[in-house]
Every structure is written in structure tokens, then in C-alpha cells.
Design a protein. Structure first.
Length: 371
């Protein structure tokens, strides 16, 4: 007897097709719809790719940016703003400045968010700029330790900036969270406060995407954030929103530098005439008046009164103490009938010769006949 021929396996699908269940048909329908949707999505993606150069781009929202609590918000810089040449220049100028300040510490900053978030570099930067030591741990690995250190550093920064009217646009969470906008606001404020010898690019603004969670849904809005306004020579100072009028010393420095030595010699003769009474002598105007001590003593001599030692620092050690002394001397000048000095105390402390000459020349003009 011949063997029964085997059924071809290729016939089974055909029979199975006839025996398809309702669920099978439904599955096939869903598969076809999914395939159609993939084709549609692919077409849409192609159309978007073609039109992308004509449409404003949106920020890439990373998965971690969507893990928000109810009513919580997070910000990020629009990618287009990151490519703005002026924005890139601002970052480069600030990085170069930090590296110049910390060159003796052998610290090299390459990326602001990654290198400044834990407070270590900010601590060293502030200590160098303000000439003071902060009471913080040198190395902290834990997040709690980093935030505690950062809190101490930022409190010291705020103590410096708030009396001068600065608006604080950063906090511990934003800096530790590597928020570049907050870090830039902080660095620009420090650079301007300490009269950094750099030129910040003017009118730098960025588009910021704000992601908020409301009723379980993410909402995004775009806002413009201003990082710098205008600069005047080295940079813009918030105390002088308008460009100051030029005076004789601007002209002297720009057009008659040869006569500068004559002016300095006259002022040195004037101040020594009075400081010699205390067995003090000045040979370098910009350096010897920078801590404010001689200015305070000089005002006492010119107005013929004793300045109580508890009103100023006789041996100032920090930048803040020196600024206090110069500011106090300015107050004494105004009490004596002089107008508020055009220079800032910080300018004098930072060895700005023109500022020091302006202050001393005002004294010379009023007191040149005082014996």
C-alpha cells in the first residue's frame, strides 16, 4: 500500500484564514491602521524636514524635563539662542575671565554648567575677587554637602551685591541644577561688581522655554531673557545707566598723556603736604589710596577733626573692607560740602587711576589753600 501523501504546510494558512476568529479579524484591522498611521507619520516627518528651515525650532524636551510635580516648572534655552554668536561670545568671555582669575589655583573651567554647579569653583572665584576666605569644606562629594557649600557661597555673594541694588536671579537649586541662565546671571553680576577687565558683549538675550505641569499636563511657553544690556568702555555699570559726560580727565588720558605726570606730581605734592603731619608719605596715587585709609585720614586733616578709628578699617584685609573705607571717605567729602564723587568706591579699590585722580583733584580744588 502506498503511503498517504503528506499535506503541504503551505495549505494550512489558507485553511486558517477561513477559520479566522473575530479577534483575528480585529487584530488584522488594527495592524493595517497602525501601518497606515506609520506611513502618515513618515510623510508628516518628511514634510516637516522640508519646511524646518522656514519654521522656528522648539527646544528639545528631554525625558527628565517631563518628570515634574504638579505646578512645578523647568526652564531651558531654545537651541536657536545657543547658536547665537553673541551668546557664544558671552560664555567664552566669562570662561576666559574665570580661568585668568584662578590661574594660580590651577583651575581650568571648560563648561560653565558642569564646572560651577557644585560651588567649588564659585568659592575659589569669590575668595579671589573679594580677597576673603569662606568657611566651607574644601571638597564635598554628596549632594547635600554640595548644596550646603553652595548656600554659603551664594549668601556671601548676596551680601556683596544686594546693598548695591542687584536683583538676584539665581538660587541654590537653580545653580546646582546646572541652569545655565542662572549661572550666567550670577557671573555677569560678579564681573560687573568687581569691575572685571573684560568687555561683555552688549544686548545679549536668549529665548527661554518654560515647561510647567498643570493638571497633569505639560504646558510650554517662550520668554525672552536679557543677560546683558549695554557696555561703556569696559562694560556697563548698573549705577550709571546713561553714558557719563566726559570730563577733563577723559581728555587728559585720551589726548594729552604727556601731561599726566605733571598732574600726578601736583596732586602728590598736595596730599603729602597734609599727610606728612602724620608722618605719612605718598609716592603712588593709584596704589596707596586704594584701601581708603589715606583718604579717610586726609579728610580728617583737611577738615581739622579726628576720625574715630572704629569708623573705618585701619588695616583692611578684604575687598569689602577697602570699599567700606573709600565709601566712608566719600561720605566725609559730602559732609564737607563736596558733590558726590563721580567715581565708584570699587573703582578706586581696583586701582583705577583715572577714578583716583578725579577724587583727589576735587579735594585739591577745594582745599588747595588749606595749611
Amino acid at each position: 500500500m502506498s503511503a498517504q501523501p503528506l499535506r503541504s504546510p503551505t495549505l494550512r494558512p489558507h485553511r486558517m484564514k477561513k477559520e479566522e476568529s473575530f479577534l483575528g479579524k480585529l487584530g488584522g484591522t488594527l495592524a493595517r491602521k497602525k501601518k497606515a498611521k506609520e506611513v502618515s507619520d513618515l510623510q508628516e516627518e518628511g514634510k516637516n524636514a522640508i519646511n524646518a528651515p522656514m519654521n522656528p525650532s522648539t527646544a528639545d524636551i528631554h525625558p527628565e524635563d517631563t518628570l515634574l510635580e504638579e505646578n512645578e516648572e523647568r526652564t531651558m534655552i531654545d537651541p536657536n539662542s545657543k547658536e547665537d554668536p553673541k551668546f557664544k561670545e558671552l560664555i567664552k568671555v566669562l570662561i576666559d575671565w574665570i580661568n585668568d582669575v584662578l590661574v594660580e589655583e590651577r583651575i581650568i573651567v571648560k563648561q560653565l554648567e558642569e564646572d560651577l554647579y557644585d560651588g567649588q569653583v564659585l568659592q575659589k572665584l569669590l575668595e579671589k575677587l573679594a580677597d576673603r576666605k569662606l568657611n566651607v569644606a574644601e571638597v564635598t562629594q554628596s549632594e547635600i554637602g554640595q548644596k550646603q557649600k553652595l548656600q554659603t557661597v551664594l549668601e556671601a555673594v548676596h551680601d556683596l551685591l544686594r546693598p548695591h541694588g542687584w536683583t538676584i536671579k539665581w538660587n541654590v537649586d537653580s545653580i546646582h541644577g546646572k541652569n545655565l541662565i542662572s549661572i550666567l546671571h550670577l557671573l555677569v553680576a560678579l564681573a560687573m561688581h568687581f569691575r572685571a577687565p573684560i568687555r561683555l558683549p552688549e544686548h545679549v538675550s536668549v529665548q527661554v522655554v518654560v515647561v510647567r505641569k498643570r493638571e497633569g499636563l505639560l504646558q510650554t511657553t517662550h520668554v525672552s531673557e536679557e543677560l546683558t544690556t549695554t557696555t561703556d568702555r569696559i562694560y556697563f555699570n548698573f549705577l550709571f545707566p546713561l553714558k557719563p559726560e566726559r570730563d577733563a580727565f577723559d581728555t587728559l588720558f585720551d589726548h594729552a598723556p604727556d601731561k599726566l605726570s605733571v598732574v600726578k606730581k601736583s596732586l602728590i605734592t598736595f596730599v603729602n603736604k597734609h599727610l606728612n603731619k602724620l608722618n605719612l608719605e605718598v609716592t603712588e596715587l593709584e596704589t596707596q589710596f586704594a584701601d581708603g585709609v589715606y583718604l579717610v585720614l586726609l579728610m580728617g586733616l583737611l577738615e581739622d577733626y579726628f576720625v574715630p578709628l572704629h569708623n573705618f578699617y585701619l588695616t583692611p584685609e578684604s575687598f569689602d573692607q577697602k570699599v567700606h573705607n573709600v565709601s566712608f571717605a566719600f561720605e566725609l567729602m559730602q559732609d564737607g560740602g563736596l558733590k558726590k564723587p563721580k567715581a565708584r568706591p570699587e573703582d578706586v579699590v581696583n586701582l583705577d587711576l583715572k577714578s583716583t585722580l578725579r577724587v583727589l583733584y576735587n579735594l585739591f580744588t577745594k582745599y588747595k589753600n588749606v595749611e
